[in-house]
Design a protein around this ligand. Structure first.
Ligand code: RBF
Length: 148
């Protein structure tokens, strides 16, 4: 398998931007790993102007992100969707992806897309784990780079 992720850069990084982390409570143990890794990364970079808000599920990430972008410079949206036996997986993951992209375009502000959508629980665990793919950190870094 090819190496996932991208090389991190601190070029033109601003530490004074206002950031909101929006996280869902579905699959909360996994989402909490994303939140913890994201916060640890922001703090490591010296960023302190952030807060975290929680919503019930991934579907609600869209509305909450829109609300937060009214006053924040950027949003990190974290959630986990694991494929089940219904079509809800596709419905939720695709709708949330499109919703977040549209909101970011309309607001002309960056949103880091942290919806982990996987086939099974093990894949989700590997992606959120700080000792494995550590997507929470990578997604936080994406927002920081886009804020400039
Ligand atoms: N929310 C998630 O964040 N992850 C999921 O895997 C997830 N699966 C769902 C499966 C079904 C069948 C339903 C009805 C909801 C699911 N949700 C999930 C919750 C959804 O994001 C939202 O909170 C609720 O539909 C209420 O609007």
């Amino acid at each position: 398998m090819s190496q996932e992720g991208f090389p991190f850069s601190k070029d033109k990084m601003s530490v004074d931007k206002k950031i909101t982390i929006v996280a869902s409570k579905w699959n909360s143990e996994l989402v909490q790993e994303l939140v913890k890794s994201g916060i640890a990364h922001l703090e490591m970079l010296g960023i302190t102007n952030f807060k975290t808000v929680y919503v019930p599920g991934a579907w609600e990430l869209v509305h909450a992100t829109q609300k937060e972008l009214a006053h924040a410079d950027g949003v990190i949206a974290y959630g986990v969707v694991i494929r089940g036996e219904t079509t809800h997986y596709e419905l939720i993951s695709e709708s949330v992806a499109q919703g977040l992209m549209q909101i970011g375009i309309d607001a002309a502000k960056p949103i880091a897309f942290g919806l982990i959508a996987t086939e099974n629980l093990q894949q989700a665990k590997d992606r959120v784990s700080p000792s494995k793919l550590n997507k929470g950190r990578e997604i936080a870094q994406s927002l920081v780079e886009m804020l400039g």
